[in-house]
Design a protein around this ligand. Structure first.
Ligand code: FES
Length: 114
């Protein structure tokens, strides 16, 4: 599987999220950092497929312990994207396998978001 660099680990503040605009032919992605661990998802709500953030990089609820869709308030677990509350409860965000290398680069599959 070919990988492409998404960002540097330090581009995402620890405990926070960052969105990545769609490149040509790609859906947008977003990433949440917890220490050296990064969770990456396709930025599309399983409810009706829209981007989760209205404000740039605002993907977490105010407590910072769940992903929230700004449109109808669906809540998703950070660690696996499972929807625990809201109109798409029981559905999941599309997870993107991400790797952080020793140099601090975050890698995702080349076709992530396609
Ligand atoms: S579009 Fe996300 S909860 Fe409705």
């Amino acid at each position: 599987m070919s990988l492409r660099p998404l960002c540097r680990l330090e581009d995402i503040p620890d405990g926070q999220a960052k969105g990545f605009s769609p490149a040509a032919g790609f859906a947008g992605l977003f990433a949440i950092r917890q220490g050296r661990q990064v969770f990456v998802y396709v930025n599309a709500c399983p409810h009706i497929g829209v981007a989760l953030d209205i404000m740039p990089d605002r993907f977490l609820n105010h407590r910072g312990n769940a992903i929230i869709c700004a449109l109808h308030g669906a809540l998703f677990r950070i660690e696996d994207g499972f929807c625990t509350q809201g109109p798409c409860v029981g559905d999941s965000l599309e997870a993107v396998p991400a790797e952080v290398d020793a140099a601090g680069t975050v890698w995702v599959p080349e076709d992530a978001g396609l």
